[in-house]
Design a protein around this ligand. Structure first.
Ligand code: C2E
Ligand code: MG
Ligand code: MG
Length: 702
């Protein structure tokens, strides 16, 4: 025998003849190699095994105290890890097979045993037992590992019945291994398609027919034993036996609820506007494509409404972004109430919304919806305890007349919206082909403005401000003038808003400031009696980080005394009571620069800023001054404005004074200064110098 062969053998046999025969055979092996212990019944063997560990047991199946399977079971119970070889009688093969099933490693048929065969049988029995034990340990380890894995793992046998479930699989299916073992896999894994609800094919078949690991299609749902549905993702691989026949399958699957919820959320985020939750441009484009496809089939029209809030930029500038955001959310909600579930309200960004009416009949139906939207938006919006008012302008394009794809339809609706703004705001406007020409013009204005800066095409004109008591010129307001190389003179109202939109206002204002300060400095140096030079500042200028630095460096450069510089800001700039507004105003004030509120009365109702900020003057907007001539009975508001300004110790300037009547009224009510065509239009610098030389205007006696 080899080294690892048995040395200690326990023989359980009551037939002494057989005992002798076997002993003889072992003796041939050499007395030092084999240590044979003999007992004649199971009872004694059990006793012996309780304190001894033989290498192998030879068991006769016909003993006085136990026979057949009973004997095997008792010995196995007493020594489960010791290899067992049974001795059976001739023609008792069926018993031998049973013995193997019960855990015996081998059987020997009495009467056929010969020494070499006996020893070989014993050696093999021991080797088999060692291998079996190792396998057992390995299997235990494997199961332990599988149970530690977070993924659920299930195995089926060749007939498709469950043979193993790890703990995760038991939790996910709601079946214990004991209950599931031997049942068809389809019963334990009811997997359906999330959308069609169709059951998926049996996993083993799937992998076996394709002869490779397969994945379930995305969107699969496992219906748990209790009916709860769990979205899963899985891989199925077939197991083959040595002959290459399918022997079962391994199914690995995992709960992807969290991942799928995340994916849904990501898709939602990608397709919706963060602020309002409305579909964004991307989703809108999809919906337009769908609507067009359906319109082709059903021969109807599709309408796109492009909305842009009027003056939203100013609300944002003056009240701050948080209030602006809330206003946009409120507008979004209102728009939603104007359309049906088939339609889409989307936000393009900023204060622009696009509404898709997926199925429209006659154009007046679209007009009705547009009117509804105008009204819905115009109603007061309660934001942070204040009623905010905002209006919108709507441009409309129709499929198929105004475009056959999303891009063209949106572009044309946008163009129509621009036209609506130009035609007076808070109206809707259907697209017309010649509008595109105007849109192109606007674009070209922007380009021309850029060139104008480079080529120095701007000029400043100056309009005098006049002391209402003495008629003396107190100062000048610098007003920009531009002669377009092709189109001729352009009004500031035609290009300043465009410059504000595209950011060109910043360099333009710097140019105006530098030019105005240099001019004023030249007049002062020439001994002309100039008191102030006023320059208009846009909201965008004021918000720019570089603003203060620009103003100060221009003052330094030109040597102009900041005491004589006045900046005209609109109410909208000042309405925004933020720390930075206050900081900038104070910094300007500290350098001695004066501050005036331009177009006073056209902004917002809250006037608390007049007290909060270091303002020197208000300029009553010319629309109120015009009231004096148009509706002399209704001038209480002008009187109230003048009184309020005086009470706050501010200089009150009237803008746009055109008639003697207006002048007389203003003088009567103690306005301080006047400005308007009655005295002079804005004039080129040479002419303004002559006005300064004359020093004052002669008034008609009051
Ligand atoms: P604003 O600052 O309120 O300037 C007064 C406007 O009223 C000027 O128009 C002026 O010519 C006009 N005006 C003065 N007196 C009368 C009058 O008696 N009757 C009438 N009907 N109009 C009168 P303008 O020069 O066309 O400027 C319009 C607006 O464009 C200005 O309003 C200002 O907001 C803006 N603007 C002009 N120049 C500049 C500039 O250099 N920078 C900036 N940011 N804005 C400017
Ligand atoms: Mg002004
Ligand atoms: Mg004004």
């Amino acid at each position: 025998m080899t080294n690892n062969s048995a040395r200690k053998i326990l023989l359980i046999e009551d037939n002494l003849g057989d005992v002798r025969l076997l002993s003889e055979m072992f003796k041939d092996e050499g007395p030092n190699n084999i240590e044979l212990t003999h007992v004649d019944c199971v009872g004694v063997a059990e006793n012996y095994l309780s304190s001894n560990l033989p290498h192998i047991i030879l068991l006769d199946l016909g003993l006085p105290d136990a026979q057949g399977l009973d004997a095997i079971r008792r010995v196995r119970a007493a020594a489960p890890h010791i290899p067992l070889v049974v001795l059976t009688g001739l023609n008792d093969e069926s018993m031998a097979v049973q013995a193997l099933k019960e855990g015996a490693q081998d059987y020997l048929i009495k009467g056929q045993i010969e020494p070499r065969g006996l020893l070989r049988a014993l050696r093999y029995a021991i080797e088999r037992k060692v291998a079996e034990e190792a396998l057992f340990v390995e299997k235990g380890l494997a199961q332990l590992t599988l149970n530690c894995i977070g993924d659920a793992i299930a195995c089926t046998d060749r007939t498709g019945n469950i043979s193993f479930l790890n703990i995760a699989a038991q939790v996910m299916t709601g079946w214990t291994l004991r209950e599931a073992a031997g049942r068809p896999a389809e019963e334990i894994f009811l997997i359906v398609d999330a959308t069609s609800r169709e059951p998926m094919p049996a996993p083993v078949e799937m992998s076996a027919t394709r002869n490779r690991a397969v994945r379930l299609p995305p969107n699969c749902i496992l219906v748990r034993r209790d009916g709860v549905e769990v979205p899963i993702e899985d891989t199925i691989a077939a197991i083959y036996d040595r002959e290459g026949r399918p022997a079962g399958a391994v199914i690995v699957f995992r709960d992807v609820s969290a991942a799928r919820a995340m994916a849904l959320q990501i898709t939602h985020l990608a397709e919706h506007d963060f602020l309002t939750g409305l579909p964004n441009r991307m989703l809108l484009n999809d919906r337009i494509a769908l609507a067009i496809a359906s319109a082709i089939r059903h021969k109807h029209q599709v309408a796109l409404l492009f909305l842009d809030l009027d003056g939203f930029k100013h609300i944002n500038d003056s009240l701050g972004h948080p209030a602006g955001d809330k206003l946009l959310q409120s507008v979004a909600r209102r728009l939603g109430t104007c359309v049906s579930v088939l339609d889409t309200v989307s936000r393009q960004g900023g204060d622009e919304f696009v509404v898709l009416l997926a199925r429209v009949g006659p154009a007046d139906q679209v007009a009705t919806t547009a009117r509804k939207m105008l009204e819905a938006v115009a109603g007061p919006h309660m934001i942070d305890g204040d009623d905010l008012h905002v209006t919108t302008s709507i441009g409309i394009s129709l499929y198929p007349d105004d475009g056959r794809d999303a891009e063209t339809l949106i572009k044309n609706a946008d163009t129509a919206m621009f036209q609506a703004k130009e035609n007076g705001r808070q109206i809707y406007q259907f697209f017309e082909p010649d509008m595109n020409v105007r849109a192109v013009e606007r674009q070209s204005t922007e380009e021309s403005l850029r060139r104008a800066l480079q080529r120095n095409e701007f000029k400043l004109h100056y309009q005098p401000k006049v002391d209402i008591q003495t008629g003396d010129i107190t100062g000048a307001e610098a007003l920009i003038r531009w002669t377009h190389p092709l189109k001729g003179p352009m009004l500031p109202d035609q290009f300043i808003p465009i410059a504000e939109e595209c950011g060109l206002i910043l360099p333009i204002t710097r140019w105006v400031l530098r030019e105005a300060c240099a001019q004023a400095q030249a007049w002062v140096a020439a001994g002309l009696p100039l008191m102030t030079m006023a320059v208009n500042i846009s909201a965008m200028d004021f918000r720019a980080e570089s603003f203060l630095e620009s103003v100060f460096s221009i003052i330094d450069e030109t040597g102009f005394d900041p005491k004589f510089l006045e900046l005209e800001l609109t109410e909208r700039v000042l309405m925004r009571r933020t720390g930075s507004t206050e900081f900038v105003l104070k910094a300007l004030k500290e350098r001695g620069i004066r501050l005036a509120v331009d177009d006073f009365g056209t902004g917002y109702s809250s006037l608390s800023y007049l007290r909060a900020f270091p303002i020197d003057a208000i300029k009553i907007d010319q629309s109120f001054i015009r009231q004096i001539s148009i509706a002399p009975d209704d001038v209480s508001i002008v009187i109230a404005m003048i009184d309020m300004g005086r009470n706050l110790k501010l200089r009150v300037v009237a803008e746009g004074v055109e008639t003697e009547e207006e002048l007389a009224f203003l003088r009567e009510h103690h306005c301080d200064e006047v400005q308007g065509f009655l005295f002079s239009r804005a004039v080129p610098p040479e002419r303004f110098a002559r006005l300064l030389e004359a020093r004052s205007f002669q008034f008609a006696p009051s």
